[in-house]
Ligand binder design. Structure first.
Ligand code: ADP
Ligand code: MG
Length: 701
């Protein structure tokens, strides 16, 4: 009795004409093709362009693969048993060559026939004056009335070849399948508006075209459609999580009032960049919805995140809330405090600084003012997290430089009021766009892309150890102009002992380099106690020391506008984003600035590429994208397991633009129809509920 499934694409593959139980079994075992649907979504991995045959006389030794059409004039088995091989002689109108098989000999021998016209494809080798191809893909030429220009070639195995399931035969199965498939079996799943806006090929057509493209353009359009579909569905799942799962009730910042307006009109030291305005708008929108904001603000070093933070805090104050700003180090907290205090001077705004080094007697009034609401803005370090620091009405907490803060620490801030205050996390560590959209896609992300106008680019150069004295000479001229210098050494946990030795040697070397000059060289590293380190650091910040020799403890946030040169030792050992962070320490003043990347004389190709990226690129985003390209997404921590890279056709690095479009569309749709209840979204909802996103989906809807 013929099998009659409700859905054509769920029909077991053996019921397709030309398959049957034996071949069905092979397809299942070799390619995991169990149903009609699986066969339909098993895509060609390349296409043969029928116009691109190579003539035998034109073969050359360096050629990768060649497609040749000719006739088998003869064939013979040479040797016996295990060691035997099959040789076939192929001829076209320009010459002859050999085809060789060392496996499946007896099967191939049966499959070949004399004078058969065939097409073969494979890598030609030249031996004993003749060209040959071992284990070519081979298929019989059938002269068709309307030959298709692009012939699909599917991934295949030897066993499939043995079952007559490769090449033309595989393609024939698809011809048969596509004859059966109608729009009923393969309805459009993307909403009409998406199809139209993205100008995508309809689904059924795309599947027909990806197997049997009528032209290059059609093939491209089909792939684009299917890649979009894949990424769009992924994004719908991720964005749905983001929009519906993290909805915690939050305070409503209903208005913008005097604190904000007065500052904005009369005290803003410069015009905001468009990006800064946009971020502010996003924060404003988040904080008036009644849900808690959890937003990540990414902005390159020096992009001006602090002023956005201040303006957001003023909005909190306009709604009768307090705000706080947490920095990862004491120096940074102090810098924020000083600059913010200056900016809001005379506007009736009370700002205090709370750090670990504050004496109990100094803390007391701060605690009191926080609790009775007199204090509007608290700036500080981890000390703010302590439970004894209580606010009257904290509405907004800003955390600067996120990578020094864990989720657990952030969670401590949730408990500082009856409801969780809004949280804005600011980081200069750029997350590549692709990963921000996939792995981190469930966070709200704001981005400041453009630096404020008038920045001088930092000139970056690569120097190896043999040119060290030249570098020292350069340092000397800069110091003589009144500038300050950073020299940074790597510190890797596994080689910490050696690294510290290098650092100390470096320190000795630098001090000994300028014997006749009274340069002060300060050193900071993680083995010093806090006080010592802060003391040395302050010496450099004040300008008492001209040179700071350091490990990466200086990475985060310090602002010494007079420093104009950043020398990074053994720079091949740093990650690209770290190099970029370090470089961002200079170029903050009016002077031309330099970053000198020192390396050993000999470094690996990859290291060279990375250093070159630093020399050529100045934007943190471009650098993080390059980083992704050089390392590959699979290398980035945690992404391998996350399944993010499990796409059939899509490649998140190559297809980043499609990914961005898909995300935007997904967000757009979900914003208007969070549970996909509208009629136009019914097909996609139905599709999603049937598919792998199942768990996520059913949990929400
Ligand atoms: P980061 O994002 O690294 O924290 P900052 O907020 O410290 O950057 O800003 C870096 C410098 O740029 C500061 O001196 C700040 O005053 C200045 N700045 C910020 N925004 C602008 C702007 N729109 N126009 C001009 N200068 C700006
Ligand atoms: Mg900053």
């Amino acid at each position: 009795m013929p099998f009659q499934p409700k859905e054509l694409l769920k029909t077991p593959i053996e019921y397709l004409k030309g398959v049957g139980p034996m071949r069905g079994d092979t397809l299942r075992k070799e390619l995991g093709i169990v149903t009609f649907g699986h066969l339909l979504f098993h895509f060609p991995f390349r296409y043969e362009d029928k116009s691109a045959f190579t003539k035998i006389k034109d073969l050359n030794k360096d050629q990768e693969n060649a497609l040749i059409q000719g006739r088998i004039v003869d064939y013979e088995e040479i040797g016996v048993g295990q060691k035997s091989r099959l040789v076939a002689y192929l001829q076209d109108d320009t010459g002859s060559m050999e085809l060789l098989w060392f496996r499946s000999v007896s099967w191939m021998k049966k499959a070949l026939s004399k004078y058969q016209e065939v097409q073969v494809y494979g890598k030609p080798t030249f031996f004993n004056g003749r060209f040959s191809i071992s284990h070519p893909e081979i298929e019989k030429v059938v002269h068709e009335a309307n030959p298709i220009p692009f012939f699909p070639i599917y991934p295949s195995t030897e066993k499939m070849k043995a079952m007559n399931l490769s090449g033309k035969n595989h393609a024939n199965l698809l011809v048969k399948l596509l004859e059966l498939v109608t729009i009923k079996d393969l309805p459009e799943i993307l909403p009409a508006a998406v199809l139209e806006e993205q100008r995508l090929m309809p689904r059924l057509e795309a599947l027909q075209q990806i197997h049997f493209p009528e032209s290059e353009a059609q093939l491209t359009a089909a792939k684009e459609r299917l890649i979009f579909e894949e990424l769009f569905i992924h994004q719908l799942n991720i964005c749905k999580l983001k929009l519906n799962q993290n909805k915690v009730e939050g305070f409503v910042f209903g208005k913008v009032g005097d604190y904000f307006n007065t500052f904005y009109k009369n005290h803003l030291p410069f015009e905001l960049t468009d990006d800064q305005k946009q971020v502010l708008k996003e924060i404003r929108e988040d904080t008036r919805t009644g849900f808690q904001m959890n937003r990540l603000l990414q902005g390159d070093v020096g992009s001006g995140k602090t002023i956005v933070a201040l303006l957001a805090m003023l909005i909190a104050m306009d709604n009768n809330f307090q705000a706080c700003l947490i920095a990862p180090t004491e120096i940074l907290a102090q810098q924020h405090y000083q600059s913010i205090k200056k900016e809001v001077e005379g506007q009736g705004i009370n700002v205090s600084l709370l750090t670990g080094s504050l004496k109990a007697s100094e803390r007391k009034p701060i605690h009191a003012a926080l609790e009775n609401g007199e204090l509007h803005i608290l700036i500080g370090t981890h000390a703010i997290l302590e439970p004894k620091v209580m606010f009257k009405n904290l509405g907004l907490c800003i955390i600067d430089e996120q990578h020094r803060f864990g989720v657990a620490q952030r969670a401590k801030m949730y408990k500082k009021n009856t409801r969780s205050p809004h949280i804005l996390v600011m980081t200069a560590t750029p997350i590549p766009r692709t990963l921000a959209m996939t792995t981190y896609g469930d966070l709200d992300v704001s981005v400041i892309k453009k630096l404020p106008p008038g920045r001088k680019p930092i000139r970056t150069v690569h120097r190896n150890d043999t040119r060290r004295s030249e570098v020292m000479q350069f340092i000397k001229t800069e110091i003589d102009k009144g500038r300050q210098i950073y020299i940074v050494y790597p510190l890797i946990e596994e080689s910490a002992k050696l690294d510290y030795e290098n650092l100390e040697q470096g320190y000795e070397l630098v001090t000994s380099y300028f014997p006749d000059h009274k340069y002060n060289v300060a050193m900071v590293h993680g083995r010093q106690d806090m006080e010592q380190r802060e003391h040395n650091m302050q010496g450099f910040v004040r300008g008492d020391a001209q040179i700071l020799v350091a490990t990466t403890v200086i990475e985060v946030g310090v602002n010494v506008p007079n420093a104009s040169v950043m020398v990074i030792e053994s720079s091949e050992r740093f990650g690209l984003s770290q190099l970029h962070q370090l470089r961002g320490r200079v170029g903050r003043g009016a002077e031309a600035s330099y970053c000198i990347l020192m390396t050993a004389n000999k470094i690996s190709q990859t290291a060279k590429k990375r250093i070159q990226t630093m020399v050529n690129e100045s934007s943190g985003f471009a650098i993080s994208e390059k980083d992704l390209e050089i390392r590959g997404p699979g290398d980035i921590q945690g992404t391998r397991q996350s399944g993010v890279m499990d796409f059939k056709l899509a490649d998140i690095v190559r297809d980043v633009n499609i990914l961005a479009e898909a995300r935007e569309m997904a967000l757009h749709i979900l914003k208007q129809d969070p549970f996909l209840e509208k009629e136009e979204n019914a097909p996609i909802k139905q599709y999603l509920s049937k598919r792998r996103g199942k768990e996520i989906w059913s949990r929400i809807s």
